[in-house]
Design a protein around this ligand. Sequence first.
Ligand code: FAD
Length: 258
Amino acid sequence: RTEEQWRPFNRSRVYMADLESVLHYSLRVELAAHTLIRGQDLTALRKYISVLTKFFPGRPVVMNLLDYVNTRLQNHTDKEISYETFREWLDNTDQSADTALPEGVRWVGCQGSQPHLRRYPCGMWTLFHVLTVQAKSIGGTDPQEVLSAMRNYVHSFFGCRDCAEHFEIMARESLVEVNTFPAAVLWLWSRHNRVNNRVAGALSEDPNFPKVQWPSPEMCPTCHTVKENGEHRWIPEQVLPFLLSHFSSSSILTDYLE
Ligand code: FAD
């Protein structure tokens, strides 16, 4: 990469450009690998689009598009759908409806120091944290809705198959115990930290963005404490408000959007 291409950003903030890039990549690149979508994959796609329609804190044109695609999917009663048809809905350019999902990716907070580092998986985590936080603040009906949609999406479509397997094991282990919206936010945070712990030092780690147990004491001093025996302990009563604020729709920066 050249220096001009690097977009300066604040490491402790969330960017809408990353979230829109994830939508573009998952719906126009990752899904495109599936010529025909049916069975549990079709269910996963429906649930994914449905939670995005409900909880993605997007610009009006993007929300209009999600609404449009969601409606088409709900009305599609066939047992399968071709990616081609789905793509036509996605690229719907009906001017009167004022819908659009920007073409291409523009990573900001998820930029990596090499093209194969960070980017899409970073954006995916960010998207799912934002969705669990939105579900908590808007108030859905099912505290497991977002996590279960995420689990199904990852299982059916996430390109990193190793990641999908690991994630499925964690979900199978304890997702049923999530009974409240705050618990859903904290579940995803703690599982993400488990992944950080497992992949720290791996080849997939960007040396400029080392894997840490997150948020660091610099980002959230009150989230951490040390027990008498010197062991680190999280303070969930502090972590929760930190996450709700960090990933809240009003904290998302709109720099670098077209
Ligand atoms: P990421 O871990 O992608 O995090 C993105 C941003 O989220 C960080 O920059 C930080 O701002 C914030 N963040 C970090 N930790 C937390 C937290 N605990 N809670 C909330 N926010 C946080 N890679 C593997 O090698 N093996 C795997 O098994 C694997 N499983 C994955 C499963 C899923 C569902 C996903 C989406 C990705 C997985 N990956 C896995 C990829 C890996 O977790 C990283 O996404 C990738 O290495 C890029 O790392 P990153 O430095 O951009 O930070």
